[in-house]
Design a protein around this ligand. Sequence first.
Ligand code: AFP
Length: 327
Amino acid sequence: MNLPPTLSQFLIKELTSHPERDGLVAIMSDLATIGKIISNHTNRAGLAGILGAANKTNVQDEQVQKLDEFCNDLCKNYLRQTGNFAAMASEEEDGVVDMGEDGKDAKYVIAFDPLDGSANIDVNLSVGTIFSVNKLLPELARNDERQFFQPGRDQVLAGYVLYSASTMIVFSWGNGVYEFTLDQGLGEFFLSREKMMIPDVCKIYSFNEGNFKYLSGRDQKFIEYLRNELKCDCRYVSAMVADIHRNLIKGGVFILGATDKKGMGEFKPKLRLNYEAKPMAYLAEQAGGASTDGEVSLLDIAGESLHQRVPVFIGNKDIIDHYLKIN
Ligand code: AFP
């Protein structure tokens, strides 16, 4: 039986051919371990009594789910003890997480969303973990939040773990997108797709149609183009990782534009630049797709605050180009 390579075999081979990637290989191995642990917990969230809200809100003023807290603590504590990170930023943490002595010689910083789509936990739908790795800027103190204000194009590693029917880890460090699927019984990730390329045809748009009335006129025109001209199907699970993963495989565009829900003419974005938009845009571009906040590529935005939010359009390049021509 011809088994595809395991993630460990893939990483060892990568280390042999690119010894300079030693740090990133170690990081990928650590992230795979986190993916296995979170997969195990999401699979039994209901049984393990960690289902439901933790009766507290985070910096985003969002209800923190118990699994959010577990995943955030796991990522912080496990990644800290690896010594691979000089600093850390998390959706669940107000400021930069100090790596202390563990991170004093580290060459990288990591931003992550420990559990993306957490509102899906209680209804047994897909959730994910998103990570974005940059080189430490030596000219700044390790815990200076400007470590995380680097253009998305400068990421050295970005990816996600998708906890769904299967658990998959998908990542890129600049030479294409690789997908590994977890064999729960063996506890091994096996290569399932390499050099993923988004299909040329846009068949799907992923958008919360409940927000249509709150969009700008420009964005409404775009949605109407997708519905009526391209006759796309609307597929949306309200977990960015799952929606974009499907679209990378099937072809499609993910839309989370700014909305004016109060009718005051103030259009507000939802998704966070540093640990949602930048990593997912990086993967899409590595897979031949494109992204924008409505004006520029998401990968050209450096950012100026840790939890900065941006409008997000990610998908087929020709569709993003079409949107950018709408005024
Ligand atoms: P949570 O992590 O708070 O559940 O938010 C998930 C998310 O940031 C992203 O994964 C989804 O695409 C988006 O929110 C869904 O937002 P709407 O439900 O408002 O469309």
